[in-house]
Design a protein around this ligand. Structure first.
Ligand code: PLP
Length: 400
């Protein structure tokens, strides 16, 4: 009998963090690797946000705070929802947590019982299924019906819902493929969800500000106001303000759920770091004009990257509308043999080949529930992107 719980044995460590770790170790050991596996902006946290933290340190904001966040920050979050999403919340509907990840985790822990199903469109962010399993539930996947758009249809949604469904998880802009659902598509999901009044919607909006060109961000509670009462919005500072290391996420939703999530947080992490909360307060109460330059750079990198990938034999990709990832189809490499004699059977093999034989760290699509793909990030310099493309091109030329 194992000392470890059945619960933890049913899940795996985050594969994206593991690959990132391996790439960082290789780089630290002097190996020439371009790391495209990370899920974080390469920009530093803006100076005015850092100043908010420094001021908090000097002012002695060193103690425990309210479990669910300092009132000033909750107020700023409420103002954000009103201004950006046209949604009204009260303080008891808001939780501030150490990362958006913790918001998702406490929501699932607070609501999922054994036998409950959680519906997740694929490809999905790696952590959803494992968190569902940790909570004792069963993840149910909807494979996207269109590999050009990576979107699911409302008919597919209808087929996947039943009496056991507790949650539908939506993530738009999406990690790993950058897909952004339109207002009309969200409304069509709303129509289906009206027939399943017991189903709650967890919408992970963490990439809200990262949409490009004419693409508009929408969240389901805004376009379907009648679903407001059963929607939990998850968001955070990590991707928006380049604050991944600070650990700050927030959630907004129905009071009974939020109350239960606060109980989970009070018995696990307690409040998010006090200093981080003041940094996030500075972020959320200052103009976001600096993001225009970030978006401009993301667009430039994305466009150059997509163009190069589509010139590499065996690889192809679409132009994503949001987030900072490209989901690259690598079917054309399968069945081939690398210079070191390895046959590429699946996208795990392709990702290993890209790291070991090309010097480019990528994440295999299978960890996001869709094969054969690899995910790369363009939250890195143009120089790195072009270098990675050169390395991939050279490496792929050597396989037969
Ligand atoms: N949701 C999605 C879709 C993500 O990609 C991530 C991070 O990669 C998170 C949530 C969690 O972010 P954090 O816990 O840093 O707020």
């Amino acid at each position: 009998m194992s000392f470890l719980s059945d619960r933890v044995q049913a899940v795996k460590p985050s594969p994206t963090l593991a690959i990132d770790q391996k790439a960082k170790e290789l780089i630290a050991a002097g190996v020439d690797v371009v790391n495209l596996a990370t899920g974080e902006p390469d920009f530093p946290t803006p100076q005015h946000v850092c100043e908010g933290a420094i001021k908090a340190i000097h002012e002695g904001k060193h103690k425990y705070t309210a479990v669910d966040g300092i009132p000033e920050l909750k107020k700023a979050i409420i103002a954000k929802f009103k201004a950006d999403n046209g949604l009204d919340y009260q303080a008891d509907q808001i939780i501030v947590s150490p990362g958006g990840k913790m918001v998702v985790f406490s929501a699932l822990m607070a609501s999922v019982n054994p036998g409950d199903e959680v519906v997740i469109p694929a490809p999905y962010w790696v952590s959803y299924p494992d968190m569902v399993k940790l909570a004792g539930g069963t993840p149910v996947f909807i494979p996207c019906h269109d590999t050009k758009t990576f979107k699911i249809s409302s008919d597919q949604l209808r087929e996947s819902l039943n009496a056991r469904t507790k949650w539908l998880i939506l993530n738009s802009p999406n990690n790993p493929c950058g897909v952004v659902y339109t207002r009309e598509e969200l409304m069509s999901f709303g129509e289906v969800l009206r027939d399943f009044p017991h189903v709650h919607i967890l919408t992970d909006d963490i990439y809200e500000y990262l949409v490009y060109g004419d693409t508009q961000f929408h969240t389901i509670a805004e376009v379907c106001p009648d679903l407001y009462e059963r929607t939990l919005i998850v968001n955070g500072a990590s991707k928006a303000y380049a604050m991944t290391g600070w650990r700050l996420g927030y959630g907004a939703g129905p009071v009974p759920l939020l109350k239960a999530m606060k109980t989970i947080q009070s018995q696990s992490t307690s409040n998010p770091c006090s200093i981080t909360q003041y940094a996030a307060l500075a972020a959320m109460t200052s103009p976001r004009t600096f993001m225009d330059d970030w978006r401009r750079q993301y667009v430039e990198r994305r466009t150059a990257f997509v163009a190069r990938v589509n010139q590499i034999p065996g690889l192809s990709c679409e132009m994503p509308d949001g987030a900072f990832y490209i989901f690259i189809r690598c079917e054309g490499l399968l069945g081939k043999t690398t210079a070191s004699g390895k046959t590429l059977v699946d996208d795990m093999d392709v990702a290993s080949f890209m790291l070991d034989e090309c010097g480019v760290a990528v994440t295999p699509g299978s960890v996001f529930g869709m094969s054969p793909y690899v995910r790369v990030t363009y939250a890195t310099s143009m120089e790195n992107i072009l270098k990675a493309c050169d390395k991939l091109e050279a490496g792929i030329q050597t396989i037969k």
